[in-house]
Design a protein around this ligand. Structure first.
Ligand SMILES: NC(=O)c1ccc[n+]([C@@H]2O[C@H](COP(=O)([O-])OP(=O)(O)OC[C@H]3O[C@@H](n4cnc5c(N)ncnc54)[C@H](O)[C@@H]3O)[C@@H](O)[C@H]2O)c1
Length: 243
């Protein structure tokens, strides 16, 4: 049984989908969870469902908002032990039709945000000589996907970022890992056409889509003491869609 009692965990994109389940699982393991996303109302509802949790609304692609938001968290909690960078968006289109703003927004929210949030937790983590940073990438960052060049580039970038930061701060006993979910049933994937969903299910060795719990369980493991000697890794949670 994983016990995270006494640990402060910040989860971005915790208003719905995978992030909401990650927050719930970390809370159930005893962590003091801080919920981050843009929509304060949704975050407050999720916090109430957990009993009590701090909520901070911010746009993770804004350096200023991230800096102010994490300052508030550190002031309130004293430290941060676990950071889960989960917030992400898609703006899918074939490259010929992709607008500059679709490219920029996806790179900013999915990738650039991780520079801001990770930078914000480094000092407290270095001070306590302990920390876990877990970045949610995607199988698409490893495989590529037609119509998702912006998304795939952002997710592949996360992997390079994860490995570099793992090397940079490993000596401080801070681990940095990435999780690459495959096809997980959420609002994000529900938007895909049925034919695409069917095609994807056929490419999964386990023959079914993953659940948000499947991803959250991997986060729980990487956040725990059990994963103390694992850093710079990409853990695939794809049901064998990619291996
Ligand atoms: N669903 C899947 O099959 C799947 C597969 C692989 C990877 N992922 C990744 O997992 C993560 C979560 O995906 P999901 O399916 O739960 O998506 P979702 O759309 O249901 O949730 C995304 C979350 O990110 C938040 N968010 C978006 N932009 C933000 C911003 N600018 N600032 C702050 N918060 C912001 C949203 O409010 C929401 O809470 C994403 O990074 C996604 O790329 C999902």
């Amino acid at each position: 049984m994983i016990n995270l009692t006494g640990k402060v965990a910040v989860v971005t994109g915790a208003s719905r989908g995978i992030g909401k389940t990650i927050a719930k699982k970390l809370h159930q393991a005893g962590a003091d969870v801080v919920l981050v996303a843009r929509n304060r109302e949704l975050l407050e509802k999720n916090a109430a469902d957990l009993g009590a949790a701090m909520v901070v609304s911010m746009d993770v692609s804004s350096a200023d908002e991230v800096q102010a938001g994490f300052k508030e968290i550190i002031r309130e909690k004293g430290n941060i032990d676990i950071l889960v960078n989960n917030a992400g968006i898609t703006r899918d289109n074939l490259l010929l039709r992709l607008k500059e703003e679709d490219i920029q927004q996806v790179l900013d929210v999915n990738l650039k945000s991780m520079f801001f949030t990770s930078k914000s937790v480094l000092k407290p983590m270095m001070k306590q000589r302990h920390g876990r940073i877990i970045n949610i990438t995607s199988v698409i960052g490893l495989m590529g996907n037609s119509g998702q060049s912006n998304y795939a580039a952002s997710k592949a970038g996360i992997i390079g970022f994860t490995k570099s930061l793992a090397r940079e701060i490993g000596s401080r006993n801070i681990t940095v890992n990435a999780i690459a979910p495959g096809f997980i049933e959420t609002e994000m994937t529900a938007e895909l056409p049925e034919t695409v969903q069917k095609e994807m299910a056929e490419s999964i060795a386990l023959g079914r889509f993953g659940s948000t719990e499947d991803v959250a369980n991997a986060v729980l493991f990487l956040a725990s003491d059990l994963a103390g000697y694992i850093t710079g890794e990409v853990m695939n949670v794809t049901g064998g869609m990619y291996m």
